[in-house]
Design a protein. Structure first.
Length: 367
């Protein structure tokens, strides 16, 4: 029997629980655990590590519990300081240490605001109304001291969130990370780039592709990391009415797209060498060399054969095929170009749409 996965609670739920504990403390009640209602109606029973009085209010510490979700904030302390204000003056949110500030448009929180997402804000407002009444007002400052370092392992620097991590969560319940949840976490990059005026964007599988793209002169602000979910991100791009997408990255990933594979994790689809062998064979690669490609361990190992037999043109053919399959995948709702590189970021080939996009961005490739 499969083990049932444990749910946890989000950083937003931690901050809401801390808000409730701080308000109760100011009212003379010390709680070792509080119950808050998640936005989907799930009751969350959250332990309180400590509550102390501050010069103008109270501050509570809650230790994040992620259940069986591989969340980087699991076990970190979330501090919430609450200062009660006169009724009717509203609830105001502030970024303490380790909480980022939004600097670019396109996210769910406007530039200049602390990166505390709408879900957590609503959870905290609900708690304040529960304890103080409908017109209850307060300043709420959230701090996650570990957030300054943790932010380096997130997409926040790409999204224009500076100084720390975001307080996130849709409902407050943290269920073990689904594939869908991870895919959705990638989409805000697209919205930020679109808000910056880029209706043509560069999709890269990861940091390696991003670095190569920027080195060739493509604007970092237009670069979107897709991870293995190229098809999903193309669909989201079509929904947002992007005009063009440039697929830019290692041939090992993008050759799969040429074969019609749009979820490129190697445990799901590892037909890289088969794709290279098929397209090279179609261009005249001898049978013995085709076998050598199929016997290779990596695409990098196979690449010298293309030079050996003078078949470097296959790279451009693979790029054109990847673009055609991608456009078909989104029913021609946007144009797609493809450029493929080596692991070192050296350009192997591109198609005509990639050249067009590159010229429009004034990249430093002569081809």
């Amino acid at each position: 029997m499969a083990k049932e996965m444990r749910s946890g609670y989000t950083t937003g739920a931690c901050a809401a629980a801390g808000t409730k504990a701080a308000l109760l403390f100011l009212d003379g009640e010390y709680c070792e655990k509080v119950t808050i209602m998640a936005l989907d109606g799930t009751p969350l029973h959250i332990p309180i590590q400590e509550v102390i009085r501050t010069s103008s209010g109270a501050r509570a510490e809650v230790v994040k519990f992620s259940g069986d979700d591989p969340d980087i904030t699991n076990g970190v302390s979330v501090f919430t300081e609450v200062v009660v204000r006169p009724e009717g003056s509203g609830v105001h949110f502030h970024a303490g240490r380790g909480i980022g500030t939004v600097t670019k448009p396109g996210l769910s929180v406007p530039p200049g605001e602390p990166s505390i997402n709408p879900g957590p804000r609503q959870l905290i407002r609900n708690v304040i109304e529960e304890i103080l009444g409908k017109d209850g007002s307060a300043d709420v400052t959230i701090s996650i001291p570990a957030g300054e370092e943790l932010a380096k392992r997130t997409l926040n620097p790409i999204l224009g969130i500076v100084g720390g991590i975001s307080v996130i969560g849709t409902t407050g319940v943290l269920r073990p990370m689904s594939e869908e949840g991870f895919k959705n976490s990638l989409v805000p990059q697209m919205d930020v780039a679109l808000a910056a005026g880029f209706d043509t964007q560069i999709f890269v599988p990861g940091k390696m592709g991003e670095n190569a793209a920027v080195r060739f002169g493509l604007p970092r602000e237009a670069v979107v990391q897709t991870s293995n979910f190229i098809g999903f991100m193309l669909e989201r791009a079509a929904e947002r009415k992007l005009k063009r997408v440039l697929l830019f990255g290692h041939i090992g990933k993008l050759s799969k797209v040429a074969a019609g594979v749009f979820y490129t994790h190697n445990r799901i689809a590892d037909g890289r060498l088969e794709a290279l062998a098929a397209y090279a064979a179609a261009e005249g690669l001898p049978q013995e060399a085709v076998r050598r490609i199929l016997a290779a361990t990596t695409t990098e190992e196979a690449l010298p054969l293309f030079a050996e037999y003078g078949l470097e043109r296959v790279y451009g053919i693979l790029c054109a095929r990847a673009s055609a399959r991608a456009e078909r995948y989104v029913f021609q709702d946007l144009r797609v170009g493809t450029a493929m590189t080596t692991l070192k970021g050296e350009l192997l080939g591109m198609d005509d749409t990639a050249r067009e996009i590159g010229r429009d961005f004034h990249w430093n490739i002569e081809s």
